[in-house]
Design a protein around this ligand. Structure first.
Ligand code: SF4
Ligand code: SF4
Length: 186
């Protein structure tokens, strides 16, 4: 391994550690995070494999994997890690880096869902489900999946036709502004 590659390896590991605030380098590959992950069977890389690839500086493989977009942020991995690594936040950090570097998310609509969800919260101070789903459907160009569930959701009052604007919309917008500012400065 030459010196340039070593520096590249460490640079990506250090970047992920700095931005996530968690010691990824402490991972010793026990796989406890992966075995407890409810989305594991759908993932192309298990969380422990993601950790290992970060160690190896395999930035492209990590940022292009589907797993970071399928991760449901349930934090089961974080709870199970014996080294106290916040694996869920690492996955979150990788999504942010991938989005900032405009890495296309292959074979998953997760990235479009995240964008639709966050833009709805940013706009209304809370999620407006029907609006968010409409935007997501257009972004993913998939109008039929789960359409059969709409009547039940409407009947149970889970979907409203008008957004319920949060009283704290200004504070929520400020949170988004600060988060954008923090990300720009990282
Ligand atoms: S946070 Fe993501 S990676 Fe961790 S267990 Fe949940 S779905 Fe799996
Ligand atoms: S549980 Fe923690 S130490 Fe074990 S593989 Fe996952 S991240 Fe690494």
């Amino acid at each position: 391994m030459n010196e340039t590659l070593e520096w590249k390896d460490i640079a990506f590991l250090r970047e992920v550690e700095r931005r996530s605030g968690t010691p990824v380098s402490a991972c010793f590959q026990c796989h406890k995070c992966s075995t407890g992950c409810p989305i594991g069977p759908e993932m192309d890389l298990l969380s422990s494999q993601v950790m290992r690839l970060i160690h190896l500086g395999e930035e492209e493989k990590v940022l292009k994997c589907r797993s970071i977009w399928l991760c449901a942020s349930c934090e089961a991995c974080t709870t199970r890690c014996p080294m106290g690594i916040d694996v869920a936040t690492v996955m979150d950090t990788l999504r942010i880096i991938a989005a900032q570097r405009k890495v296309p998310a292959p074979g998953t609509r997760g990235e479009r869902f995240y964008r639709s969800f966050l833009s709805s919260v940013r706009r209304h101070g809370r999620v407006f489900e029907l609006g968010m789903l409409t935007v997501y459907k257009f972004r993913s160009v998939d109008f039929l999946t789960d359409l059969d569930k709409a009547p039940k959701l409407l009947a149970k009052g889970k979907l409203s036709f008008l957004p319920a604007r949060s009283a704290n919309v200004a504070q929520v917008k400020e949170i988004f502004r600060k988060a954008d500012e923090e990300e720009t400065n990282r």
